[in-house]
Design a protein around this ligand. Structure first.
Ligand code: CP
Ligand code: NVA
Length: 315
């Protein structure tokens, strides 16, 4: 693959193959990225994505070059006249030195332009619409917790955002029963709903959305949530806090699944006492640190896939 921008680009077999390869490389790392320089450009803060992926690249023998985001973007937009130079010029320059670019951006369009203007692979480290690296780590976590079980019900409670989108895509591609619950005015667009229904039909799973979180979590193997206010949405704080209050994952909601093995997942960073209570995030069935560890592990498989084609290492 050249770029990796969304889960939607991957067939289920490719997803499985990345996870398999990730685990193999975690057991015995190979110097697949020896001599490679991976540019990191982050318009927003990051702990897990930045550090986890940098460690993975180091383990594959590659090097990371940190590029200040304002050399490519200004105020979240790739605009020629307010940034230092055009994104086109910047990308063509970066393409002369770096072998790939790992980018966290405000707008998905920026990733598409970076891919179009440069000649090197672009990998999405989170944008407004997608968080594919997170979704791969989450799927690995789910598979490790339920080995060999395909009939899984995963419920995302909270904001219809980037993390929820990529999780829903990957779950549907695996044929899982994916459920969603959030306030109606912050829920999925009609286009998103149609896309999820299509994926469900194509891969034999199901997708349902409801504004009632207690109804949604019934029968769930996993409850997943994310921050109610994503990076860049701070201006929506008052309104969102008010609308999302019934969607906090607390002990009452966590125990309403009717199952005794339900796991709790959160991509982090978490806002304890807001989207999740301490009792749930610190529960023995909270898998948050396994998810975080898997962020590094799946980066091994993603970068291996970027730098090898048909299993062969390419320059
Ligand atoms: N989950 C995640 O992407 O965390 P960071 O924002 O810290 O990278
Ligand atoms: N939805 C969150 C995810 C952070 C990893 C955000 O975009 O800020």
């Amino acid at each position: 693959m050249k770029d990796f921008l969304t889960i939607g680009e991957l067939e289920p077999e490719e997803i499985e193959s990345i996870l398999e390869r990730s685990l193999k490389l975690h057991q015995s790392p190979q110097p697949l990225l020896s001599g490679k320089n991976i540019g990191f450009v982050f318009e927003k803060p990051s702990l897990r994505t930045k550090i986890g992926t940098e460690v993975a690249i180091n383990r594959l023998g590659g090097d990371v070059v940190h590029i200040e985001s304002d050399l490519l973007f200004a105020n979240g937009k790739a605009v020629p006249f307010t940034s230092r130079e055009s994104l086109q010029d910047a990308m063509m320059n970066v393409s002369q030195w770096c072998d790939a670019l790992f980018a966290r951006v405000y707008s998905h369009t920026s990733l598409e332009k970076m891919s179009q203007y440069g000649t090197i692979p672009v990998i999405n480290a989170l944008c407004n619409l997608h968080h594919p690296m997170q979704a791969l780590a989450d799927l690995l976590t789910i598979q490790q917790k339920f080995p060999g079980k395909d009939d899984l019900t995963i419920t995302f409670v909270g904001d219809a955002n980037n993390v929820a989108f990529s999780l829903t895509e990957i779950g549907l591609k695996m044929g899982y029963q994916m459920k969603f619950s959030g306030p109606e005015n912050y829920s999925w667009s009609q286009d998103n709903l149609s896309y999820f229904s299509l994926l469900a039909v194509e891969h034999g799973g199901s997708f349902t959305a409801t504004s009632d979180p207690f109804q949604a979590v019934k029968g769930s193997d996993v409850i997943y949530t994310d921050t109610f206010i994503s990076m860049g949405e701070e201006h929506l704080y008052e309104d969102k806090i008010m609308h999302f209050e019934p969607y906090q994952v607390n002990e009452k909601l966590f125990s309403a699944t009717g199952k005794n093995h339900t796991g709790f997942m959160h991509c982090l960073p978490a806002h304890r006492g807001i989207e999740v209570t301490d009792a749930v995030i610190d529960h023995p069935e909270s898998w948050i640190y396994q998810q975080a560890k898997n962020r590094m592990i799946v980066s091994l498989g993603v970068f291996a896939a970027i730098f090898t084609r048909n299993g062969t290492h390419h320059p």
